[in-house]
Design a protein around this ligand. Structure first.
Ligand code: FAD
Length: 396
């Protein structure tokens, strides 16, 4: 039974950052990583972006874990016994630890109808499957108009594929962006050849060899060569709750990223942490959070007591548009829009009552720190006071 001073469940970007953090403070402590994936840790964001442009798979592989830790790939942890500090894995293996960290991320949500052959896109293995399908196939249906759907639709279209996007909302990213921006995106995608079908649900997907039939709520049927699902994720919390850890839309952690059970930590997409500037307890499903939280958690596992008070940012690319954002982007919040040109350059401020909770920097760059500083002020705002607030934004 292998014993590690530090054991990590999960083999994503968070796990790799944890390994980095541990190694910084305790280069001699043994580290084990158990990952259900067959690939060692890699950067996930390029799966929908860089790998469809100029990046290679080699370039996205992470460096820390393979050199500083012992990797157990293709191994799924099935139970934790905090009393004996033991982790049980599916193939009857077990591991013991001094300190454990859960970086189990999330599992893609599935359609609740027959979904034969839908590729719920999240891993490098999924990328390889889609690449293979795209070698031969011409027409792909993307179900979902959120982050993943919008990015993979743009990447496939830029690679010469016919793409149909199907989603129930009125517009691309309508749950996060102001109505005008989301409907700008529908037009922008259509101008680039993507067929955009908003207000449309999927009632079933049938596969006949390599041909897929997507049935839509309005009765239309689309025949295509592949179907990609981008419906968001559910945090992988079952292991934690079965072991008695506090779980509430994610594994609850304190400011030092400790769970409710001694010597067990959590970080990344699965961790629910408290940040007052962001309005209380939340989970964040983004790269900067995975990297920064993971590294701090790793250092804390060795005995440091660093608080996690970082305000994470995230980014996305859609054809030749790009954005960065901090905090919460949620179209249910009040949105104060400050456009130089709608859809081309501007800032959107998200307010919960009169508290600023998020800032979207649309084709506006080098403003992340300034946006973070605004959130940290934690003062109250009238919407119009935010117009032009970011100092270096060129309004000429
Ligand atoms: C296609 C795609 C594009 C993205 N693009 C962006 C972007 O542009 N910008 C941005 O900021 N963020 C982006 N993200 C989000 C970002 O990638 C995630 O926030 C980040 O990957 C979270 O890392 P994680 O390690 O916490 O979780 P995950 O990446 O989900 O990793 C969890 C790992 O745990 C493993 N695991 C789970 N349960 C078990 C178990 N019981 N036993 C063993 N192993 C287990 C999983 O197999 C997986 O390896 C993107 C995500 C995807 C999927």
């Amino acid at each position: 039974m292998p014993h590690y001073r530090y054991l990590i469940i999960g083999g994503g970007m968070t796990a790799d950052a944890v390994v980095n953090g541990i190694h910084e403070e305790d280069p001699r402590g043994s580290i084990g990583v158990i990952s259900a994936e067959v690939d060692p840790p890699y950067d996930r964001p390029p799966l929908t972006k860089g790998l469809w442009k100029d990046k290679t798979v080699d370039q996205i592989m992470r460096k820390a874990t393979p050199t500083e830790a012992t990797l157990h790939l293709g191994v799924t942890a099935t139970a934790i016994d905090p009393a004996t500090k033991t982790v049980i894995a599916g193939d009857d293996r077990s591991f013991t630890y001094d300190r454990l960290l859960l970086a189990t991320g999330g599992t893609p949500r599935r359609l609740d109808v027959h979904d034969d052959g839908v590729l719920y896109y999240r891993t490098l293995a999924d990328y390889r499957r889609l690449r293979d399908a795209a070698e031969a196939g011409r027409h792909f249906v993307v179900i979902g108009g959120g982050f993943i759907g919008a990015e993979i639709a743009a990447s496939l279209a830029m690679n010469g594929k016919r793409v149909t996007m199907v989603f129930p909302e009125p517009a691309i990213n309508a749950t996060r962006f102001p109505e005008r921006l989301a409907s700008f995106l529908n037009d922008y995608y259509r101008e680039r050849g993507v067929e955009v079908w908003p207000h449309t649900g999927v009632t079933g997907v049938q596969r006949h060899d390599n041909v897929f039939e997507v049935r839509c709520s309005d009765g239309r049927i689309i025949d295509c060569d592949g179907v990609i699902g981008g419906l968001g994720i559910e945090p992988n919390t079952a292991l934690a709750s079965e072991a008695g850890l506090a779980v509430e839309n994610g594994i609850v952690v304190d400011e030092h990223l400790r769970t409710s059970v001694p010597d067990i930590y959590a970080a990344g997409d699965v961790a629910a942490f408290t940040n007052e500037a962001l309005g209380g307890r939340r989970r964040v499903e983004h790269e900067d959070n995975a990297n920064t939280m993971g590294r701090i958690a790793g250092r804390n596992m060795t005995g440091a007591a660093l608080p996690y008070d970082h305000i994470p940012y995230f980014y996305s690319d859609l054809f030749d548009l790009g954005y960065e954002a901090v905090g919460a982007l949620n179209a249910r919040l009040k949105m104060e829009e400050d456009w130089k040109t709608l859809g081309r350059e501007g800032v959107v401020y998200y307010l919960d009552g009169d508290h600023l909770r998020g800032v979207l920097l649309w084709n506006v760059w080098v403003q992340v720190e300034a946006a973070r500083a605004l959130l940290r002020e934690r003062r109250t705002w009238r919407g119009d006071e935010l117009q032009g607030r970011l100092p270096a934004w060129n309004r000429a």
